[in-house]
Ligand binder design. Structure first.
Ligand code: ADP
Ligand code: ASP
Ligand code: MG
Length: 459
């Protein structure tokens, strides 16, 4: 059993879907379970429909809806014929008439709740999987469309719902095992789930990777494959550095750090379920289906190039906390973290000095309340628009001079904060958001002029 997840660009049009079918056919004897994202641009489009509609811009909302409907209909017409085409057309029309009703409702109400956002966003995956399943059937593959909302049970934190694994895993097994035993290829939507009341939820942007990994863990798959539009995990974001390398093998720990600190190729939660069951993950290129991608597994691979990759993320807020009264006093750190806990805000990077504690957050939704809490016992300063940069590699641990090379490479840039995790496989630091690209290029240049060919491959 394997799980094959295909992202938005991998299912964006007829050509892409045909490549996906070829990839699935190649792995047919490994009992694949397919998890799909929405077609590229669909989720953003659906969310924009919601925004325009509640802001009274009905024509704009309807225009996007029309474009999305036409695109899905075109892809269906190109892939399907006869009753299968009719079935897909009927489903697409039904979805867009429901979307028209939502537009009307939002327009009248003048607001869009997170719950409605999820209902809208979920159409993307529901549409892509429905067209794709028919396309598989049309080509003679026994496939079965499965509604993830019946199997992925979540809480009701709409747009960021938490998956309840204890309920979802047995449901996934009960539904998927008989299909696989009957020789069928199950096709599921990534990204979506539902509450115990059957209300549609989504598990966070980019969440289809996480769905794939949850499905893999539930059925104890032999491998989880994340198919995307690049050759694998690369030495950094190819949109920042054009000449990047593919990493052949990387450890769970390294890949988790990269995903967490902004490497968009993997949703940050993807590897957790895989690690728990020790299921290998492979990141593959759906545009070159015969080429091996990046293998992620429990065992670390040592390399002559100490850094495996550089991740980065903008829009970070730094909070500097000073307290002469409280510093070093028993319970000071506890009080700080209680403030973040109370407002359910994740702290990413922490660094302390004799007189202050600095930490970073990604979400500023509850910043004001957190600051109010902290100001009860400390002086607080906030810096917005920072960027976090994270250089990751198992060999950072035992190679002297890596930190020296990192900070020499970015010596012309003001570094705001530095941190290294307990596992010492990363060096993380913050710079102003406007200097991020420059810093990443400088670092990449320092470490990847001629990277170890045993670990890296040009792409
Ligand atoms: P999908 O739709 O397949 O889920 P995403 O757009 O979510 O694809 O993720 C793939 C993209 O991640 C790549 O096109 C690339 O631009 C970006 N990316 C950022 N950092 C990395 C990295 N280190 N390795 C590979 N891709 C990266
Ligand atoms: N379609 C969703 C998104 O764009 C989920 C995903 O692609 O993983 O965020
Ligand atoms: Mg993605």
């Amino acid at each position: 059993m394997i799980v094959m997840k295909f992202g938005g660009t991998s299912v964006q049009d007829k050509a892409a879907i045909c490549r996906v079918i070829e990839a699935v056919a190649k792995h047919q004897d490994r009992k694949p379970i397919i998890v799909l994202s929405a077609m590229a641009g669909a989720t953003n489009g659906l969310l924009r429909i919601g925004d325009f509609a509640y802001q009274g811009k009905r024509a704009e909302a309807e225009a996007i809806s029309g474009q999305l409907r036409d695109h899905h209909l075109t892809v269906a017409e190109q892939l399907l014929t006869g009753p299968r085409l009719e079935k897909a057309q009927a489903f697409i029309s039904q979805c867009f008439s429901e979307i028209a009703n939502i537009i009307q409702g939002l327009y009248l109400l003048g607001e869009c709740s997170s719950r409605t956002k999820d209902a809208l966003a979920a159409f993307g995956e529901r549409l892509s999987t429905s067209v794709f399943t028919e396309a598989l059937l049309e080509r003679g593959y026994q496939s079965a469309l499965v509604d993830s909302r019946e199997l992925i049970r979540t809480d009701n934190s709409f747009t960021q719902a938490v998956v309840l694994q204890d309920i979802s895993f047995p449901l996934l097994r009960q539904r998927l095992t008989p299909l696989l035993d009957a020789g069928k290829i199950p096709v599921l939507q990534g990204f979506i789930g539902s509450t115990s009341d059957g209300i549609t939820t989504t598990i966070g942007r980019g969440g289809s990777d996480y769905t794939a990994s949850l499905v893999g863990a539930a059925v104890n798959a032999d491998e989880i494959q994340i198919w995307t539009d690049v050759p694998g995990i690369l030495t950094t974001d190819p949109r920042i550095v054009p000449k990047v390398y593919k990493i052949k093998t990387i450890s769970f720990a390294e890949a988790s750090e990269l995903a967490y600190f902004g490497a968009k190729v993997l949703h940050p939660s993807t590897l957790l379920p895989a690690v728990t069951r020790n299921i290998p993950v492979q990141v593959c290129n759906s545009f070159a289906i015969d080429k091996p991608g990046t293998f992620i597994s429990a065992k670390g691979v040592s390399s002559k190039t100490p850094i495996k990759a550089i991740a980065c993320k903008k829009g970070i807020t730094i909070i500097n906390i000073y307290s002469t009264r409280m510093f070093l006093a028993h319970g000071f750190l506890l009080r700080i973290f209680e403030a973040f806990e109370k407002y359910r805000t994740v702290v990413d990077v922490v660094s302390t000095s004799e007189v202050n504690v600095s930490l970073t957050i990604d979400s500023t939704a509850r910043l004001e309340q957190i600051l109010e809490e902290l100001r009860k016992f400390a002086d607080v300063e906030v810096e917005h628009d920072a960027a976090v940069i994270c250089a990751v590699g198992e060999d950072v641990r035992n190679t002297p001079g890596v930190a020296g090379r990192i900070f020499s490479a970015v010596s012309s840039i003001n570094v705001r904060m530095i941190s290294q995790g307990a596992s010492r496989i990363n060096v993380t630091f913050l710079v102003g958001g406007n200097r991020m690209e420059e810093a990443v290029r400088a670092l990449h240049n320092e470490f990847f002029q001629a990277p170890d060919p045993a670990t890296f491959e040009p792409c």
